[in-house]
Design a protein around this ligand. Structure first.
Ligand code: ZN
Length: 677
């Protein structure tokens, strides 16, 4: 394997039109942070780059909906997301943003370099134009019917129902998101990156030279390349974004997917004047951490841009994750089906590591995976509390009880002690091997095996049973347990930085470099440790039930808002309306009609008479529950014979989307026979 001098880690720029949720964290930011912290501990030259992606149509649409400027939208979410990352210990060296001046300059220069090399194809095409609003309709400014699944609300760039990428011309019955009007076609000039031209090179670079990429990433690239690449527009007719820096480009900006990845370069420039050694030296290893929806941009389009520009290195690896679902349903911002980071910290203050741990332990590394609150609770209670917390607490409490907090001498060791000590080194190697190949779940499991090892060692050696009979032996046991504890602060640091900082303060030690992991002399005899607190607390059922109920309430809200009311009926004249005699009445008697399931025979006081009405509501009401209820009826409906009974009129009911019937009653008691008009 090639040895690199330094590392450039990038994490997908989150889009600044919404807060960060657990899906983002599990897919991109927890793994990238674990990897970065690991490299830092190894003493590698590494920088970790991220920032907000602040251009593109969803931001301008949101601004329009809220009646504010796009800038105020991106300001809001940039600040919010930056804080969320800090709160969870995602240790970027810089969290920049693509609305910065340095990014405008960098992206413009990048475009100009390619432009001056004659790399772009300039092409006039017909695109949809909204005459009422006076603008072209890019991407999500246009909706219509999806040609593949008939979803009537497909966007100009994608159908969210079937997931197909679309272009506006694919839409059936297109209309403008801005004015609702039917757009016309109008000619417009754009610049295209000729991806087809780079296809042979991309095929070799990915399919032959990077067979080590994760199978989900490699597979998706192969499928794109097998389908054949097409030239792709890098500009848009929009007023929010980086202006295309050439003449005759008024009203045109760089396509957000051209400018966003250049954001990694701008952010590095902002971070250090030495930025070029990270971006232009073959001895730098560049790694993009992303979610699967970004694979094509980071594996095909951005490398094509970098290669064409000519002075940049290419990514060595793109360890993209699949998606995390929440309680068996796709995480969705618009449906509020998510666990938001800022809300999590209100409900579970100080428990950042519990979320980091459970997201890493069930990360969607090779296929989509599911987050459930029950599993979260089990990970905390059965693993963090019962294994790691329990081992550490026993070791530190015994040290304080037996030796007033001084690390005891290790005396003669037996073969079991020796095998335990050598296992520490083996586990370190296992963690390294997994991290080096981006298998974070496996790495975490191996790291936790060190705590399992310690737990088992104490349980087997039972120092509390022999403290009277063999005090010398107990010194050795506690010394070894303490060495394991000190090793935990190294090996678990990338995964659980908050808890390991706490543990170091209990041990009264500083942070150790990765190379020390595996040593059995990290704590010297006589070293004084502090009085410990609990490293993790049990999470009780009621805390978990509260989260589940919150999601159930969301589900209920979504179901209600998903329901579309039936379309309006044809108009009627006022005179026609007044022909219908609608009035209040009271149910005096109710009984089921034998041999039917749906019919009730009701005796009704209409204010003008007492009459019988047969109504098909028996499935929804028990007769005894509705006697005495005031209701609304149509009094002048022609009498009908139903099951041999003359029914004179009709009870008014509201029918819910699931067919449930509800009586329409006056909101307070009125006289029977009051006209409803
Ligand atoms: Zn569709």
């Amino acid at each position: 394997m090639k040895k690199f001098k330094r590392y450039l880690i990038t994490s997908a720029l989150p889009y600044a039109n919404g807060p960060i949720h657990i899906g983002h964290l599990a897919g991109v930011y927890v793994p990238s942070d674990i990897y970065t912290r690991y490299l830092r501990m190894k003493g590698e030259d590494v920088i970790s780059i991220c920032g907000s992606d602040e251009h593109g149509v969803p931001i301008t649409l949101k601004a329009r909906n809220e009646g504010v400027t796009p800038q105020s939208i991106v300001d809001r979410y940039h600040a919010m997301n930056k804080k969320a990352f800090e709160d969870f210990g995602i240790s970027f060296d810089i969290y920049s943003r693509t609305s910065n001046k340095i990014h405008y300059e960098t992206a413009s220069d990048f475009f100009l370099t390619l432009y001056n090399k004659g790399e772009f194809i300039e092409k006039t095409s017909e695109q949809y134009y909204d005459e009422e609003a006076g603008c072209f309709l890019a991407d999500r400014y246009i909706t219509g019917t999806c040609p593949y699944c008939s979803n009537e609300n497909a966007y100009g760039d994608q159908c969210e129902k079937c997931g197909t990428s679309l272009s506006p011309s694919d839409l059936i019955n297109p209309h403008s998101t801005i004015s609702g009007s039917k757009p016309i076609l109008r000619e417009t000039l754009h610049w295209y990156l000729p991806l087809d031209k780079y296809e042979p090179w991309l095929k070799k670079w990915i399919l032959e030279d990077h067979k080590e990429w994760k199978t989900n990433v490699y597979g998706q690239c192969k499928s794109w390349l097998d389908q054949g690449l097409q030239p792709r527009a890098v500009s848009r007719d929009l007023d929010w974004g980086i202006p295309v820096p050439v003449k005759d480009a008024k009203g045109k900006v760089l396509y957000v997917w051209f400018d966003a990845p250049i954001g990694y370069i701008s952010a590095t420039k902002e971070l250090t004047p030495d930025w070029e050694k990270y971006w232009k030296d073959e001895e730098t290893k560049m790694i993009h951490f992303i979610g699967k929806d970004n694979i094509v941009f980071h594996c095909i389009i951005f490398p094509a841009m970098l290669k064409t520009e000519g002075s940049f290195i290419l990514p060595e690896n793109v360890p993209a994750n699949e998606f995390l679902n929440l309680e068996n349903d796709k995480i969705s911002t618009s449906r509020n089906w998510a666990v938001w980071l800022h809300e999590y910290l209100i409900d579970f203050p100080g428990k950042q590591d519990v979320l980091r741990y459970s997201l890493c332990a069930s990360a969607p590394e090779t296929k989509d995976n599911d987050f459930t609150w029950k599993e979260f609770q089990a990970r905390n209670n059965n693993e963090l509390v019962a294994i790691l917390g329990n081992f550490v607490n026993r070791t530190l409490v015994l040290t304080n009880n037996y030796y007033n907090g001084r690390v005891p001498e290790r005396g003669k060791t037996n073969s079991y002690d020796e095998s335990v000590l050598s296992e520490i080194g083996t586990l370190r190697t296992n963690v390294e091997t997994s991290l080096d190949t981006f298998r974070f779940r496996e790495a975490l499991k191996e790291a936790m095996n060190l705590a399992r090892l310690g737990n088992k060692y104490l349980a087997d050696a039972e120092p509390w049973k022999i403290i009277k009979s063999d005090p010398e032996r107990v010194k050795t046991i506690i010394n070894i347990a303490l060495q394991i504890t000190a090793n935990l602060t190294i090996i678990l640091e990338p995964f659980l930085p908050f808890s390991m900082e706490k543990l170091r303060s209990f041990l009264n030690t500083g942070q150790l470099k990765w190379e020390n992991a595996g040593r059995s002399d990290l704590l010297k005899p006589g070293h004084l440790i502090n009085k410990p607190e609990l490293l993790f607390d049990k999470i009780e059922d009621d805390e978990i039930n509260r989260q589940i109920n919150k999601l159930l309430a969301t589900k209920k809200t979504n179901e209600t808002s998903d329901v579309k009311a039936v379309p309006a009926k044809d108009p009627v004249t006022f005179d026609d309306f007044t022909k219908v005699d609608i009035r209040t009445a009271t149910i005096l008697e109710a009984e089921k009609i034998p041999k039917t399931t749906k019919l009730l025979k009701l005796k009704i006081d209409t204010g003008i008479d007492i009459r019988t009405i047969v109504s098909g509501i028996a499935e929804y009401f028990e007769p005894q529950d509705i006697i005495g209820k005031q209701i609304s009826i149509v009094a002048n409906l022609e009498p009908r014979m139903i099951r041999g009974i003359e029914s004179k009129g009709m009870i008014l009911m509201a029918e819910d989307s699931d067919g449930k019937l509800v009586l329409v009653s006056p909101s307070e008691k009125v006289n029977n026979g009051s006209l409803i008009k």
